[in-house]
Ligand binder design. Structure first.
Ligand code: NAP
Length: 271
């Protein structure tokens, strides 16, 4: 299957590590030029170097998705350097199942927006801010593909303590469907990928207690074991499996698909 990505430009937010990094490198292997936006410029630059090894052009930019000015700058530099922006992957986000008991607070214990704004800001507002910034060039080109990385928690009941995460992800799913409807006449598609539990380096380190205390590591492992136990395919996903789904939805191989959410979770949730 020819994904027809050679020469296209893809912007990936949160592309410095985890799922975003796998998406960047999968695009690179298909010949797309890349812009990696992340709050961690150093790691983003390392990923850009890895992408260039696949003989594509890659640019790393420090961009916090919650800051419209930084996002506008990222899109401006994309257009200056590559002259086109074909694909936007809204991936930057918070990983909820991170094993840190302090983040597992029930809704009834949250204090006004100081507690719930950060998650909604990154997940929902960040997606809206980046989409708004990328749209003018896609509208001008009368083509484009936007893929939003959501979560099972936005589609079904999340674990207790994840209300704001779920609200953000569910909001992105709803936003994506209606946006897909609005943008279809302009030749722009909008889809989502909903990963289940995915084994990134960050997850592995938490589970092995490499950078957290033993209590947190045990908590993380217990959570992961419970999720795997209810997953028909019997394991966590890999970042590469999520990346394959995202790159498929971003490419012309899915040209008749819009407004959809592809769940990549080993069957733990069947949509
Ligand atoms: P990750 O390993 O934490 O990577 C996320 C990247 O985004 C990091 O480089 C992070 O930087 C960056 N980032 C965080 N806030 C940002 C901001 N405001 N602006 C720009 N970049 C920002 O996470 P992941 O596991 O790959 O997750 C990627 C996406 O998949 C997220 O949307 C997540 O909610 C979703 N997801 C993940 C899983 C899973 O099991 N891993 C499951 C379902 C959904 P720092 O590291 O410096 O914060």
């Amino acid at each position: 299957m020819d994904l027809k990505l050679r020469g296209k430009t893809a912007v990936i937010t949160g592309g410095a590590r985890g799922i975003g990094k796998a998406i960047v490198l999968t695009f690179a292997s298909e010949g797309a030029n890349l812009v990696i936006g992340d709050i961690d410029l150093h790691e983003a630059q390392l990923v850009a170097d890895m992408a260039r090894a696949a003989d594509v052009r890659a640019l790393a930019i420090r961009a916090d998705v919650t800051r419209p000015k930084e996002v506008k700058k990222m899109v401006g530099e994309t257009m200056d350097q590559f002259g086109r922006l074909d694909i936007l992957i809204n991936n930057a986000g918070i990983v909820y199942v991170n094993g840190e008991p302090t983040t597992r607070r029930l809704f009834q214990d949250l204090k006004e927006d100081e507690d719930y704004s950060p998650e909604l800001n990154i997940i929902l507002h960040g997606t809206i801010i980046c989409t708004r910034a990328a749209l003018p060039s896609m509208l001008k080109a009368k083509s484009g593909s936007i893929v939003n990385i959501v979560s099972e928690a936005g589609l079904t009941a999340g674990l207790p303590g994840s209300t704001m995460y779920s609200a953000g992800k569910g909001g992105v799913v709803a936003f994506s469907r209606t946006l897909a409807n609005e943008l279809a006449p302009s030749g722009i598609r909008v889809n989502c990928v909903a990963p289940g539990l995915t084994k990134t380096t960050r997850m592995e380190r938490l589970e092995s207690s490499a950078d957290k205390d033993a209590k947190t590591a045990a908590y993380a492992k217990l959570t992961y074991d419970q999720v795997v136990a209810r997953t028909p395919l019997g394991r966590m996903g890999t970042p590469w499996e999520i990346a394959n789904a995202a790159v498929f939805l971003a490419s012309d191989a899915s040209s008749f698909t819009t407004g959809q959410t592809l769940v990549v979770s080993g069957g733990s949730f069947m949509y």
